[in-house]
Design a protein around this ligand. Structure first.
Ligand code: 13P
Length: 253
């Protein structure tokens, strides 16, 4: 049975004081209301992770995540944060390849393959993001394009390592736009990606891979999206900044 995951990507939002309030509210709600079958992940700005770990630690199904890490373990990379650093403060997950990092920080599939490697070497679970732009969707070939992002950044992994990776499909046109992929559009992509994984790693590993949907997911549309056969949870942006709405999304299962 594959893992159900609802992860909140706070992006570059919240002051320390606000982060403490949001994380403590989420922790209390997760403890009291969310089934332990669902793993809830908070990806706050890295600056707060060490402090927020206190809230996550006592709750079995609550974890913290970084939103990025550098591809090298250490060195002269001013301003960057490494996978060993994240591991040393108890971080369990790291989002890699978010479209905003690809777009604004020019991250490439090749660089992301290195980031995936260093994350796994340090015992972090990558939440690997993929997704097409509106132009790509309209031009056609978008299923193959997204599959190629997985091929280029993940398919060098052994089956054992690949089995540790979580995938998040986030159509760029649905991120922060209020336009969600329909459940049919999301399910089509998720099923296609699972088939693509099966061609490389076999059906069993593909069936066990968690593939999350992200892009204007909220408490209203989550139940329909999460009911799709190949959607195993969500990567939530704007709606993760409100504790009640984020928890309600996690409760959609
Ligand atoms: P929104 O939920 O704000 O569309 O953001 C999705 C996202 O980018 C999560 O990583």
């Amino acid at each position: 049975m594959r893992k159900k995951i609802v992860a909140g990507n706070w992006k570059m939002n919240k002051t320390m004081e606000e982060a403490l309030i949001l994380a403590s509210e989420v922790a209390n709600m997760v403890k009291d209301e969310v089934s332990t079958d669902v793993t809830v992940v908070i990806a706050s700005p890295s600056l707060y992770l060490s402090t927020l770990q206190k809230y996550a630690e006592p709750i079995a199904n609550l974890s913290i995540a970084a939103q990025n890490c550098h591809q090298k373990a250490s060195g002269a990379f001013t301003g960057e944060i490494s996978a060993p650093m994240l591991k040393s403060i108890g971080v369990e997950y790291v989002i890699l390849g978010h479209s905003e990092r690809r777009q604004y920080f020019a991250e490439t599939n090749e660089q992301l393959a290195e980031k995936v490697n260093i994350a796994l070497e340090n015992g972090l679970t990558p939440i690997f993001c993929c997704g097409e732009s509106l132009e790509q969707r309209e031009a056609g070939g978008f299923l193959e394009f997204v599959a190629s992002q997985l091929t280029d950044s993940l398919f060098h992994l052994s089956a054992e390592d690949f089995a540790k990776v979580v995938i998040a499909y986030e159509p760029i046109w649905a991120i922060g736009t209020g336009v969600t992929a329909s459940s049919a559009q999301a399910q089509e992509m998720h099923a296609y990606l699972r088939g693509h994984l099966a061609t490389k790693y076999g059906q069993e590993i593909a069936d066990n891979a968690s593939i999350l949907y992200g892009g204007s997911c909220n408490e209203k549309n989550a139940p329909e999206l999460f009911a799709c056969a190949d959607i195993d949870g969500g990567l939530i942006g704007g709606a993760s900044l409100k504790s009640r709405e984020f928890t309600n999304i996690a409760k959609s299962y």
